[in-house]
Ligand binder design. Structure first.
Ligand code: SME
Length: 138
């Protein structure tokens, strides 16, 4: 009997832990680059289902991070021009890229129903989470 978890199960567990333990993390999910195509595909997530399972590079907060390779903290989603709304309850968003061998292969995306909740502590913490995720993926 193989009781080892799959990669997707482990990623889902991470989403579940984050959403359950941090009150202002209300939607937590992963997007991954689809091979050589310039698009992101939704991976494991916790929260309301989203229509945006495929996001072209450059589009929305997630698509911008796919291109910039940098953290993107959005204190107020209503103030963003290039933003893809998934739910009207969302007030803020944070997206942190995941690097494997120096390559941006995807990201963790967190939506909050609380306005302006994310601090540098969230960035450092989520960078740590993404580094762990990179070891799961490589
Ligand atoms: N808001 C994101 C889209 C993904 S949903 O938040 C799940 C964006 O603008 O890229």
């Amino acid at each position: 009997l193989n009781t080892e978890k799959t990669v997707d199960e482990r990623l889902l567990n991470i989403c579940e832990l984050l959403e359950a333990h941090i009150a202002y993390y209300n939607w937590v999910g992963f997007y991954f680059r689809n091979g050589d195509k310039e698009e992101l595909h939704l991976g494991p997530y916790v929260g309301e289902p989203t229509d945006h399972t495929v996001i072209p590079f450059g589009k929305g907060i997630c698509g911008q991070v796919a291109v910039s390779n940098e953290n993107f903290v959005v204190p107020d989603v209503a103030a963003q021009d290039n933003y893809i709304a998934c739910s009207i309850t969302v007030k803020a968003e944070i997206v942190i890229p995941i690097f494997v061998n120096g390559e941006n292969i995807g990201q963790i995306d967190i939506d909050s129903n609380t306005p302006d909740p994310f601090t540098e502590a969230d960035e450092r913490f989520l960078e740590f989470v993404c580094a762990k995720v990179a070891t799961i993926l490589s």
